[in-house]
Design a protein around this ligand. Structure first.
Ligand code: 9WO
Length: 263
């Protein structure tokens, strides 16, 4: 996977190159990153990348031409590399993605589809946003991470990079990747505990100390179902439950009413 980011703040992307699982995958060549600064593609005397909004109002809007040139330059560099590797004819899959609250909400299913791309171009807006004509003509897809505004698209782009890169083949260990299969099967994660056995008067649920792996697996699934039912009922409705899961969720509800945290 190759990622081209178009951003006025190239240095921000050190955050994703320099840390953790995503850094290791980068070092191993599983993905590559190039950042393109629209400032370098602004050719008027003042190298303007933004201007006042037509119709008036506060703030500034990013001009389309420097963004289009930056995106084109990224595409040309990619094509040249593909040609050099003799891969051009194969027809690689690329998408130009704009990160904004107007986009389609990102979920695990879409992340898994993006993993199949050879290349993503992530357009990072600043100020009040990007000229609509650039979005219409050049952007394939608009993605939102949620219903809130942040100061620019960079942090959202890095969240997307992290979510996609950790799903690339071989990036997470084998045991993790099996368990990571499809967002814990469409359920929220179960609670986790580590040492000490009693913390601030609260013990670890005894079943986790029992060594009975079938019972532990059963308890974890019950907790996942219960938490999803309590916190994100729409996820449960979207996914449905089999007979065993229905029994487990009934047990969770009964234990909730009796105040038991138990087995
Ligand atoms: C800025 C602003 C200032 C005053 C009044 C209204 C305003 N709206 C915005 C705004 O939405 N700016 C955006 C900043 C322009 C596009 C890039 N920016 C952005 C992306 N903010 N939040 C995101 C984002 C991306 C993905 N998922 C959630 C939020």
């Amino acid at each position: 996977m190759h990622v081209d980011c178009v951003s006025l703040f190239p240095d921000m992307f050190a955050a994703v190159i320099e840390h953790g699982v995503v850094r290791r995958a980068h070092e191993q060549g599983r993905w590559s990153l190039e950042v393109w600064n629209p400032r370098d593609f602004a050719f008027d005397a003042y190298r303007t990348i933004d201007d006042r909004p037509y119709g008036g109002g506060p703030g500034m809007v990013m001009r389309p031409e420097p963004l289009a040139r930056a995106i084109d330059a990224a595409g040309a560099a990619w094509n040249a590399r593909q040609d050099a590797a003799g891969k051009r004819a194969a027809g690689a899959a690329s998408r130009v993605i704009y990160l904004s609250p107007q986009g389609r909400p990102l979920d695990d299913a879409r992340v898994r589809e993006l993993v199949a791309l050879d290349r993503m171009v992530l357009l990072c807006g600043r100020y009040e946003g990007v000229d609509e004509r650039l979005l219409r003509q050049t952007v394939d897809e608009e993605i939102s991470l949620g219903d809130y505004v942040i100061s620019g698209g960079e942090l959202a782009a890095m969240v997307l990079i992290d979510a996609v890169v950790r799903q690339l083949p071989g990036v997470l260990g084998d045991e993790r990747s099996a368990e990571q299969d499809s967002f814990n099967g469409g359920l929220l994660d179960c609670p986790h505990y580590t040492r000490p056995e009693v913390y601030a008067g609260e013990p670890v649920p005894p079943v986790l100390l029992s060594g009975n792996h079938a019972q532990i697996e059963r308890w974890r699934l019950k907790q996942s179902l219960g938490r999803t039912w309590l916190r994100r009922p729409e996820l449960l409705a979207a996914r449905g439950m089999d007979a065993r899961e229905t029994v487990l969720l009934d047990e969770f509800r009964a234990e909730l009413n009796s105040g038991s945290t138990g087995q």
